[in-house]
Design a protein around this ligand. Structure first.
Ligand code: ASP
Length: 320
């Protein structure tokens, strides 16, 4: 029997230890540990990888430390547009939503698309109408707003830049990173006791993005992919580059067709191919044997994993 395991991320970027207070760091560590533990509990009870990753991403969306769900970045127009996806490696079923503005938990909308729609991806108002028909919670469009994100948009506007969420504070304020701001897309991957794999990803996207811009996170094969034959992957980083490289699927393809190990495939994509195209970020991946890889080419990535029966293991910076 496979050793069930879940891995999560809360975004990658220029996360400098020097600019992070011990207290803030503790908050991140505790949040990551608690969410890994929730996933482990589902897996230990014989729950599916699909349920474990959906719940982990829902908790990451709810956690005010991470930029998915509440605390999402602002578009150029001062609104929020959220993207999410989920994939079941057992059936290769997938669901995704993009550009939703009033769904409290975009990952639950993606899951509903996977389960109850003949389609794979719904966008904008159509996605919202579907989510509400499915009984998902509706919130006001300013539910996701926070002061920190608003300030980040003002800095980006005055610098006339579109800013990647996880590098946003660094690029706009001149700081290595602003620990008061929340970073990054969130995601989870898992293999359950039955050997089934699943992946889920959710994001607010990029600060000062144009309305209607969609990144890699809800694109199956780019920011999210799962196949029981080899691997489950969730990505974070420069969305346009991850889309152009089909990063998540490329990791699976290198394993399936190229015979690369999980680590070799992840390193090839994240440390080489993404970099060559000028992208930064990382990925989390779990293979069918329960091996875990958490590669990133940026300074840091909020991340954690836990095998059933073990203590969660979490990290932020490179050297861990
Ligand atoms: N990949 C996300 C996007 O481009 C951003 C992130 O990972 O922080 O929307």
């Amino acid at each position: 029997m496979v050793r069930a395991v879940i891995a999560i991320h809360g975004g990658a970027g220029a996360i400098a230890r020097a600019s992070m207070s011990a207290e803030k760091e503790q908050h991140y560590i505790q949040a990551l540990s608690a969410i890994v533990t929730s996933g482990q509990t589902i897996l230990a009870a014989g729950g599916s990888a699909l349920d474990a990753v959906t719940e982990a991403v829902r908790l990451l969306e709810e956690c005010p430390l991470f930029n998915a769900g509440k605390g999402a970045v602002f578009t150029h127009q001062g609104t929020h547009e959220l993207d999410a996806s989920v994939m079941d490696g057992r059936t290769l079923d997938a669901g995704a939503v993009a550009g939703v503005r009033r769904v409290r938990n975009p990952v639950l909308a993606a899951r509903a698309v996977l389960e109850n729609s003949p389609h794979v991806m719904l966008i904008g108002e159509g996605a919202e109408a579907f989510a509400f028909e499915q009984g998902l919670e509706q919130v006001a469009t300013d539910f996701f707003s926070t002061q920190a994100r608003w300030q980040q948009l003002q800095r980006a506007l005055s610098a006339e830049q579109m800013v990647l969420d996880h590098d946003g504070a660094a690029q706009t304020s001149g700081d290595p990173i602003d620990p008061e701001n929340k970073f990054g897309t969130v995601g989870a991957v898992a293999v359950d006791l039955h050997g089934n794999l699943a992946a889920a990803t959710s994001t607010g996207g990029m600060t000062n993005k144009q309305t209607g811009r969609v990144g890699d996170s809800p694109i199956i094969g780019a920011g999210c992919y799962a196949n029981n034959a080899n691997v489950a992957v969730s990505c974070t980083g420069t969305g346009e580059v991850f889309m152009r490289s089909l990063a998540a699927y490329d990791i699976a393809a290198l394993m399936e067709y190229g015979g690369l190990s999980l680590k070799e495939a992840c390193d090839r994509v994240v440390m080489e191919k993404i970099r060559v195209l000028g992208g930064s970020g990382g990925a989390i991946a779990v293979d069918r044997e329960g091996n875990v890889a958490l590669p990133f080419n940026s300074e840091g990535m909020y991340r954690g994993y836990g095998y059933v029966g073990d203590e969660p293991s979490v990290g932020i910076y490179r050297e861990e």
